[in-house]
Design a protein around this ligand. Sequence first.
Ligand SMILES: Cc1cc2nc3c(=O)[nH]c(=O)nc-3n(C[C@H](O)[C@H](O)[C@H](O)COP(=O)(O)OP(=O)(O)OC[C@H]3O[C@@H](n4cnc5c(N)ncnc54)[C@H](O)[C@@H]3O)c2cc1C
Length: 300
Amino acid sequence: MSMLGRAVVALMPLVPRQIVGRISRPYIAGETLDDGIARIRALGDQQCMASLDILGEEVAHVEETEAFVLQYLETLERIEADGVASNISIKPTALGLNLDPTLCEKNLRRLLTRARELGNFVRMDMEDSSTTSATLDLYRKLRDDFDNVGVVLQAYLKRSLSDIEALKALKVNVRVCKGIYIEPPEIAFKDRQRIRDSFMEMVETLLAGDCYVGIATHDRQLVERSFELIERLRLKKDAYEFQMLLGVSPGLRREIVKAGHTMRVYVPYGAQWYAYSTRRLKENPAIAGHVFRALLSSKS
Ligand SMILES: Cc1cc2nc3c(=O)[nH]c(=O)nc-3n(C[C@H](O)[C@H](O)[C@H](O)COP(=O)(O)OP(=O)(O)OC[C@H]3O[C@@H](n4cnc5c(N)ncnc54)[C@H](O)[C@@H]3O)c2cc1C
């Protein structure tokens, strides 16, 4: 992490909530489902689909998972009622993965069942490496019974290609991303170019194996390499989609849409926006610069 990044991490508790809110506005739809739906409509006007994520990660008590399930069920109903183009993304630990994997499975089955009735889809996000095996085990079980479930694999993890080999036969639906958590060098590539090469190898292996791929990146090099791959494999539009985070690289997003590719934007919303924002601000030195500037301007 850069010096500026480290300084921001140290200063983060001092940043007023209002400023964090202002800086995060482009990246988070807002606190309510209405806010999420409004953003999806705006994205629809730009020929983008969405994946709604209710902010919040690992829960400390079993009862908290129920609140997430109910909110996600409401979200699915609302997507249907409003006729907007969106699926949902969930974090397994928010549904209890680390507390009680059986409960987590039950929670996911409830969501998947309702999503299937509505013709919708549920993506299981991938969290830090302590959850990778449990998430993939759970995904495999659910995939046996549901077609409308997808998972995420991270290009920085050295294990990911062998995970693909183990999953490929299930004709999985995988979002490929670089990976956002800080992982030790024993299990994760650290070199930027090595991570990019791993990303492309994963995308190609999945596509060649007839798996649906969500190409989740804002990295122009990866987007261009993906364009070449799509052309080389003569892929149809229903074999893949590009995915980006709300508010990130809108120019590149427009270029991808203009070139005729499917685009889905990850739209986070919810009451826990503050915890999510501070974590993202700590992780991303580019945003950290904005925090600094906003802090300084608020004092002047
Ligand atoms: C739709 C989607 C879903 C994701 N789901 C997961 C998941 O389940 N598990 C997981 O570990 N990771 C997830 N990620 C995050 C991913 O792993 C990367 O950390 C993130 O996308 C940055 O990698 P990059 O490929 O965009 O390349 P980078 O080289 O990191 O970024 C390229 C450029 O994009 C911009 N940028 C990238 N990220 C941000 C940001 N957050 N805020 C502002 N600017 C940014 C910067 O300008 C940067 O220079 C997801 C990403 C996307 C797009």
